[in-house]
Design a binder for this molecule. Sequence first.
Ligand code: KG4
Ligand code: ZN
Length: 444
Amino acid sequence: MPDILAVKRRVVKFQPSKRRDENRPVAAKTGAKFRRKSLRLRKRASEQQGGVRLFQLPLGIVRHRRRCYLPMSFHATVGNMGKTITILGLESSCDDTAAAVVRYSHGQTEILSSIVFGQGELHADFGGVVPEIAARAHAEKLDYCVEEALACASVSLTAIDAVAVTAGPGLIGGVVAGVMCAKGIAAGAGLPLIGVNHLAGHALTPRLTDGLPFPYLMLLVSGGHCQFLIVNSADDFTRLGGTIDDAPGEAFDKTAKLLGLSQPGGPMVEAEARGGDAGRFVFPRPLLDRTGCDMSFSGLKTALMRARDRVVAEKGGLARQDRADLCAGFQAAVAEVLAEKSRRAIREYLDAKPVAPNFAVAGGVAANSTIRRAIETVCQEFSLRFVAPPVALCTDNAAMISWAGIERFRAGLIDGFDLAARPRWPLDRSQPAMLGSGKKGAKA
Ligand code: KG4
Ligand code: ZN
């Protein structure tokens, strides 16, 4: 097998082949010559394996884009135990490998470091996250990510009180990689291990940044999730409703794909929509006629595809303005659905007469300014405080996992080394998990 190893050592990029089940490696730099050689080697290897087709994954992946956020401190008064807690957090549930160190001291919270290795470019050619590639990339980058997080925070493991890790829900290969890495560090350094629900990480972020008191209302909108939650405590959530099919981020990503824009689609669609007329194409507002907070976004994408096809049939193609108008119409529909469903969720939340009512958003889609504005306007109608964490903390990151770890540590919620990785993990234990096939499995 020496030939196969030789191929694996090259820096290769995957590209979808014409046949869906065969992903052939293509040299990033050496072009057709390497491509021909690679195919020859694969064919020979396949023959050696008795005709079994090999799916090769690149080993020395170097195409991650690293983001390192500056330390941030927040004067978020989250009770005061007078004790300093420093937690290392790991996140690997989807397509971001992340590690962070967060400290809680005398009521003040501080992100000492937050490192995120995005895998966007690894999956770009496939139009979505490929679980196997994601899992291997996480396994490859986690150690390095942890080293960077500790170095950026200028702390060693001796200054860490516990290791927190996303234990689900998510793409199981990535979650397993994170949990195994965290167990290794915790066992080696003699530290407690804390398993964190990824959704709880998002949901508790407004406490890290703004010290929100419980209970508060949260809209979690990202590429894999969409739900309204009442956050009662670090371990108690009430789900008021959510998507019954696609998450809004997925819908944005699919819309971008349908219109020939790059991924992730949300920011691209938002940028295009700026120059568009939201009134030219009127898209449906799904489930607004149904009571409650459930939502649906998959029909919107189909409506957009039909509108696009109509324009193409009439004009023979899409002009820039057509694309901008389609994006603006689509974004307006998502914003209106989220705003109206927020209204309903707020009414349910206020029925319980919370002492200090607050509404917070999190998840990548919360970065969309039209959506933020629409929800902020609804909050003003109810004189409710609206909290939106910084965008870097709305999208996937490990600082939120470290923080959720601090909350669990303070509550004495420590896990054993039998901590399991869970692909599905609904936050609200009183409700059955929703069925669905989002990027992260069930819309937990
Ligand atoms: O929270 P996140 O980083 O990862 C998940 O947990 O899914 O969210 C990523 C999602 C992607 O689908 C992306 O297209 C969407 O958030 N997104 C946006 C914007 N920025 C990111 N959607 C709409 N407008 C944006 N500005
Ligand atoms: Zn997320």
